[in-house]
Design a protein around this ligand. Structure first.
Ligand SMILES: *[C@@H]1O[C@H](CO)[C@@H](O)[C@H](O)[C@H]1NC(C)=O
Ligand SMILES: *[C@@H]1O[C@H](CO)[C@@H](O)[C@H](O)[C@H]1NC(C)=O
Ligand SMILES: *[C@@H]1O[C@H](CO)[C@@H](O)[C@H](O)[C@H]1NC(C)=O
Ligand SMILES: *[C@@H]1O[C@H](CO)[C@@H](O)[C@H](O)[C@H]1NC(C)=O
Length: 182
């Protein structure tokens, strides 16, 4: 897997879409919990939820939609206003743990279909990735690390924000960054 920081346009789009809404996992079920990273201090949970992003309208699946979405583009939306967001430096610890696991566990991980996902928590920061497609997806830990870092540092109090998300162009998956107490 070749990772390029330029694979994402990661545009800060101030779209009025409901895709920019904060997502709360409804009927959350934690399937498994582990601790990752060099210091085993980042909590990783696989979870299932019952809801998609509001306004989710996936493009019709085609036979050549890859289920490996490494390098796919996503659009960043910040959550406004500021106050109560995660400390980006705590998010950086998760981003580093994802890179560590990428190098030491493997570059890829699977996410289960139909609004299941994986959540990572360290101190004030929580990030999760949700698969909204009707089939399992494969993603790159290093890509999640980059998206997390980008959203955490570009959707903080300095930008009058308290976290944000990055929604795949085809809406099959999204990554959210928020306060761990939200
Ligand atoms: C991401 O978006 C850029 C700019 O629109 C495009 O050139 C590139 O091909 C896209 N990458 C993927 C993997 O779709
Ligand atoms: C992801 O799922 C596929 C299909 O079930 C499997 O072949 C692959 O080993 C899994 N990859 C990882 C990283 O778990
Ligand atoms: C999708 O992932 C789930 C959870 O890991 C697994 O039970 C299921 O077999 C996978 N489905 C396919 C088609 O790989
Ligand atoms: C996801 O839900 C759809 C619609 O209910 C179903 O057809 C599909 O088999 C489900 N996929 C998995 C992997 O459970």
């Amino acid at each position: 897997m070749k990772f390029s920081a330029f694979a994402f346009p990661l545009v800060l789009a101030f779209i009025g879409s409901s895709l920019a809404a904060e997502y709360t996992c409804e009927n959350k079920q934690v399937v498994s919990t582990s601790y990752i990273g060099e210091n085993n201090n980042v909590k990783a949970e696989t979870l299932s939820c019952s809801n998609t992003l509001p306004g989710f309208a996936p493009l019709a699946a085609t036979s050549d939609d890859p289920s490996n979405v490494c390098g796919a583009n996503c659009t960043t939306n910040c959550f406004y206003p500021s106050g109560g967001g995660p400390d980006p430096n705590d998010c950086q610890v998760i981003a580093d743990a994802l890179l560590y696991d990428s190098q030491n566990v493997g570059p890829l991980f699977n996410i289960t279909a139909n609004t299941s996902g994986v959540a990572m928590t360290y101190a004030s920061c929580e990030t999760f990735i949700i698969d909204q497609a009707s089939y399992n997806l494969t993603y790159c830990r290093s890509d999640w690390s980059s998206v997390l870092e980008y959203v955490a540092f570009n959707c903080q109090a300095t930008q009058n924000a308290h976290g944000g998300n990055c929604v795949a162009t085809d809406q099959r998956w999204f990554i959210q960054v928020q306060s761990s107490t939200a």
